[in-house]
Structures are given as C-alpha cells and as structure tokens.
Design a protein around this ligand. Structure first.
Ligand code: AR6
Length: 345
C-alpha cells in the first residue's frame, strides 16, 4: 500500500527516512522533535548545528545515527495563527520538500508525523487532510511507500461532521449478528445477492428463501461431468478487473495508483488470472474504478467475498460509495478513525 496510516512512535519506524516536525533553528525542541533527538543521540544535534537553520515550509536532511532509519528529514511546519497567513501553503510545501529530499536520497520508504498538528496548533483534521492530499498527489508520479504515523489516537481527527455522519450511517445499518428472525435472514441475503429489496409477506418470503438458499447452479445447463462443470467457471476477479480497466479507458497505472495498490501486487494480479486477492484489495480496485455498489458486490463475489451490514468496515465503504466519494485516501482516513483495516494491499 503506497500510503499507509499507522499507529506508532516514529522513532521506532524501520524505514529509509523519518521526517521530523522541527523549528527553524533545527536545534531540537519538544514534541516529536524531542523524541527524535533523544533517540538519535547527540551526534544528530551536532550535525544540525552545521545546517544554519531552515525556513518555514522547507526541510533539510541529515543522517539518523542511533535511529533504525537511514535519514532524518527536518521539516519546519507553520505555526497556526488563523488560517489566513499562508499556513496551508507552507504546510504543503513542507511535505513536498521532504518528499523531494527523500526521492533525491533514493528512499523507498518514508514516515511522517502530522507536522504542525501539535505544539504549532494546526487544526488536526485540516493537518491530516493536507498530509494525505499532498502525499497522495506525489505518489501519483513517484513509486514510494509513505507512512503517516499517528502517535496518539487522540491526535488523529477527521472532520467532526464526517465522523458523526458516518456514525449515524453505521447506527442505522449495523445489524446485530445474532438477530436471526426469518425476515432478518432474508434481508441479509438480499444485501448479499440483490439490488432491490424483496417484498416480505410470509408466502413470498418462504418462496424467496427457498430460491436464495437453493444450491448454486454452475450454469443454466446441467454439466455432465466435473470437467464440464469446471469448464463453465465464470470470469475470474482478475479478468473482471482487467476488463473494467479497459472499459473505463484507464491505464493500469492510473487504476492501481488510484486504488493505493503497489505496482508489484498489480503485476501479480495481472499475470495470474486465478489470483486470490484480499477483501480490502478488491474494494480498493472497485473504488478506483468508481463501480456502483451492485458492481462492487459482483466484483467481491468473484473473489469469494460479500458486503454485509454486520461489519463496520463494509458499512463505511458503502457510505462513501453511496455518497459518490471514490477517494481511497479519504475512505482510509475514515476507516482508520473507526479502527478498521485500510483499503489497499
Ligand atoms: N511519533 C510520532 N508522532 C509524534 C511523536 C512520536 N514519537 N511525538 C509526537 N508526535 P509536534 P509541531 C505527534 O508538537 O506541531 C517542537 O518543539 C504529535 O501527536 O511534535 O510541528 C519543535 O521543535 C503531533 O500530532 O510538532 C517545534 O518548535 C505531531 O507529532 C514545534 O514543536 C506534531 O506535533 C513543532 O510543532
């Protein structure tokens, strides 16, 4: 997954470079800056002294000494005043400069804290948005794995409106897994298999349950032998994916980048028509292809999965699709906020 949100202490990240939320003196301070200097040891400060400081919105690179990474990129974020003093532009520039420095140093993996969102007071939801937008834009043109490292879950915030909308959406749909009335079973089966809810008068209901629970026919024609039956296997997940990419007029790279899937995984899927993907991978591709819910369910079925209302992850994905928001990175922000796995590999 090229862009990942993880919970960790950035000084523990085994990546090529970690980014420090520094100040313009580059001589250390509190917050993540203090943690990084303590973990790296005094040689880091000695090297920083030679750099002659750094402007707000820019960054400089040093060795990492005792840290488990190779480099530290010291980025100076803006202090939040009121949002009208160019703070956003400076924060974007911080991320861009840091990513360019990482690229020049041939880093394949980089970890960022949420710059400016602590002592410098940048509103956390907006700081997160800038981080995700700027990094994902860079990843469209560059192959790198970038981590946004969240130290303290309290420091992580998506917009309150989005959070409460999703919470309400989940509340309206979350099904108690142990509910097992006849009509409830039917409703769930409908959710898996059909677009339109079915009427549920008792006779119609019984008939529908029989139909839905009947053994799956391989095709309308009965297969004479197992070989015949296997010869009638449907289009696979990989075949459906490649077909949809063509139908959408997308290039492979446009699709896997939009899905937050790395190139190597995509190549595996492309070359193995029987590839068995994970559920978050299938959903990531369905999102990248902007499939409506019915087609997303169809693609999931090809890989042996379904969407269910007993699962918060599924409901959150459904929320975004129903709202026409097919931005994998924004969906991942919300999934992380609700402690769910993220989309991508
Ligand atoms: N790992 C990952 N993230 C961390 C860690 C850690 N070990 N520690 C804190 N954070 P801040 P700023 C998060 O205040 O707002 C310093 O004094 C923290 O939860 O470190 O850019 C500098 O010298 C928050 O989300 O940096 C500057 O003077 C994020 O890192 C000033 O603070 C950034 O918080 C910079 O302020």
């Amino acid at each position: 997954m090229p862009l990942q949100i993880v919970r960790n202490d950035i000084t523990k990240m085994k990546v090529d470079a970690i980014v420090n939320a520094a100040n313009s003196s580059l001589l250390g301070g509190g917050g993540v800056d203090g943690c990084i200097h303590r973990a790296a040891g005094p040689e880091l400060l000695a090297e920083c002294r030679k750099l002659g400081g750094c402007e707000t919105g820019s960054a400089k690179i040093t060795s990492a000494y005792k840290l488990p990474c190779r480099y530290v990129i010291h980025a100076v974020g803006p202090r939040w005043a009121d949002g009208k003093h160019g703070e956003r532009k400076q924060l974007i520039s911080c991320y861009r400069t840091s990513l360019e420095l990482a690229k020049e140093a041939k880093c394949e993996t980089v970890a960022f804290p949420l710059i400016s969102s602590g002592i410098y007071g940048y509103p956390k939801d907006q700081a997160l948005r800038v981080a995700i937008d700027t990094i994902s834009e860079f990843l469209l043109e560059n192959d790198m794995t970038v981590f946004i490292v969240i130290f303290d879950k309290k420091a992580y915030r998506i917009s309150e409106k989005l959070f409460s909308d999703i919470e309400e959406y989940i509340d309206d749909r979350y099904v108690d897994e142990h509910t097992d009335s006849r009509s409830e079973r039917l409703r769930r089966m409908n959710a898996f298999r059909m677009d339109e809810p079915m009427p549920c008068e008792s006779s119609v209901c019984d008939e529908a349950i029989e139909k839905l629970t009947a053994p799956m026919a391989v095709s309308s024609k009965k297969a004479a032998t197992l070989d015949d039956a296997l010869g009638q296997i449907d289009e696979s997940f990989s075949e459906m994916l490649l077909r949809k990419i063509d139908e959408r007029g997308m290039t492979d790279a446009q699709c896997y980048k939009k899905a937050n899937i790395d190139r190597k995984l995509f190549s595996k899927i492309r070359s193995d028509k029987l590839y068995k993907p994970s559920k978050p991978t299938v959903i990531a591709f369905a999102i990248a292809l902007e499939l409506p819910l019915v087609e997303m369910k169809d693609m999931l079925m090809k890989a042996g999965f379904a969407l269910s209302h007993s699962n918060k992850f599924d409901i959150i994905v459904e929320y975004f699709v129903e709202h026409g928001n097919y931005n994998v990175f924004e969906i991942n922000e919300a999934l992380f906020a609700f402690d769910q796995s993220l989309l991508g590999a």
